[in-house]
Write a protein that binds this ligand. Structure first.
Ligand SMILES: [Ca+2]
Ligand SMILES: [Ca+2]
Length: 448
């Protein structure tokens, strides 16, 4: 047992997964009721920036879910050095120990202290990716051969620690059923899908086949793309792999693309990395679609974060300008969807700005409804854990969300893969997952 653990243990009586829904790793914390609370800690006692005050936990077989707060709104995975770090320490049966160091972004087993365990091998997910006072995470201890009724101990170290380690008995596993259909709830809704294709995946010989199958399975009316850096290659590839019944209409600008068999009119935006177009929906109503790729990297307050904030302001101003455009008065009431790679790894401010401009976020989960991350590193040595980089926001005055999901073929059953004509490795064509979102166009007259 780690020497940093105190001798005294709290024998926490944890709720069984059979009696309550397991938390969803989506960065929303309403699923963490008081029954999950396992420890409290004094506020103001931290030696650096992470100051724990409340910890919750629940298990499902070998899966461990933890929720904790850190006392200030900073990113867990990245920040200034003086923040220090926070480590989650898990003491396991047979004297095994697992340490998650959040700022070093490592998962170290005592059996092999020189090598970080790939996040994929731990089924690790932790959200939100933007700076927050609270976080929730999930990891799977299967590789440590834990069994139901095994006892494990949790504590933290680094910036703060609990007075006493928390003792947890692993509960029996309750499997969740998987959704096997991607069908729209109502055929009159429109569907939009998005994929950051990772360095021009659409025209990459090794990956375009997978992307073609993903696009076909999504059955979207409008497809948006990012990281398609070459316009000629994008147009050529899109004509071959975007599923359409007739002609495919395309718009491309600075790595961002839009493809649809619906009529499409490109529009100019001041934001440098986006593609915007007016799509004519089957009911002849106009829809403004903006495929965006905001600035990458950084943390809250970093220059990259400030650049994203600036880009969000440009987007909000651009949307207002489109609505005010005198030549197209009908656009004042047009639906607006901003979809793509927001790279929201610093502050939440870019999203706050779009919300102030009348847009709302649609939270999408994987088809197994367990997590909302949209990106995961494909390399085993990737230090960043899965995060939520891709988002869809919509004008809530004109559009009503009508469902949506993330496609990760690695989480689909064999039957689902067969039904959807997908292969288990298809989502590995990119480090981003495909987002699919359905919307209903609200009537202009609210009484209808
Ligand atoms: Ca949650
Ligand atoms: Ca504390």
């Amino acid at each position: 047992m780690n020497t940093q653990f105190r001798l005294a243990l709290i024998l926490a009586c944890l709720p069984s997964a059979a009696r309550a829904e397991l938390p969803t790793i989506d960065g929303v914390f309403s699923d963490w009721g008081e029954q999950y609370s396992v420890a409290s800690d004094e506020q103001g006692d931290a030696i650096a920036s992470f100051d724990l005050s409340k910890v919750s936990a629940v298990t499902n077989g070998s899966e461990l879910y933890v929720h904790f707060d850190i006392g200030s709104e900073i990113n867990l995975q990245s920040g200034i050095e003086s923040d220090g770090t926070l480590r989650l320490e898990i003491a396991l049966p047979r004297r095994q120990e697992l340490t998650i160091d959040f700022r070093k972004r490592t998962a170290i087993s005592s059996a092999d202290p020189n090598q970080s365990i790939p996040w994929s091998e731990l089924g690790f997910a932790c959200l939100p990716t933007f700076a927050s006072e609270r976080y929730e995470l999930r990891l799977d201890l299967q590789m440590f051969n834990v069994q139901p009724d095994d006892r494990i101990q949790l504590n933290f170290s680094g910036s703060d620690q609990l007075d006493q380690a928390v003792s947890i008995v692993l509960q029996k596993r309750h499997p969740r059923s998987l959704k096997s259909t991607f069908a729209k709830s109502d055929t009159s809704n429109f569907r939009i899908a998005n994929l950051n294709t990772l360095r021009q995946g659409m025209s990459n010989n090794d990956r375009s086949g997978s992307i073609k199958r993903l696009l076909a399975a999504a059955k979207a009316d409008i497809f948006c793309f990012q990281e398609e850096w070459d316009e000629t290659a994008f147009r050529k590839a899109a004509a071959q792999i975007v599923p359409t019944e007739g002609q495919v209409n395309l718009h491309w600008s600075n790595g961002c693309g839009i493809a649809s068999s619906l009529p499409l009119e490109p529009i100019a935006m001041e934001l440098d990395r986006c593609a915007a177009a007016i799509i004519e929906l089957p009911n002849s109503k106009p829809l403004v679609v903006i495929s965006v790729h905001l600035k990458c990297c950084g943390f809250t307050g970093s220059r990259e974060d400030l650049a994203r904030v600036q880009q969000a302001k440009q987007l909000a101003a651009g949307i207002q300008k489109i609505r005010n455009r005198e030549a197209s008065r009908e656009l004042a009431d047009a639906g607006v969807v901003v979809i793509g790679d927001y790279n929201l790894v610093g502050s939440r401010k870019p999203l706050d700005i779009l919300e102030t401009a009348g847009l709302s976020e649609l939270l999408l989960l994987g088809v197994d409804k367990r997590a909302a991350f949209t990106w995961r590193g494909l390399r085993k040595e990737e230090s960043f854990w899965p995060g939520r980089l891709d988002l869809v926001t919509y004008d809530h005055a004109t559009l009503r969300p009508a469902g949506g999901f993330l496609i990760d073929t690695s989480s689909l059953s064999k039957k689902s893969l067969r039904d959807l004509r997908l292969l288990a490795h298809d989502s590995e064509a990119s480090d981003h997952l495909m987002m699919v979102a359905d919307f209903h166009v609200r009537s202009v007259n609210p009484s209808q």
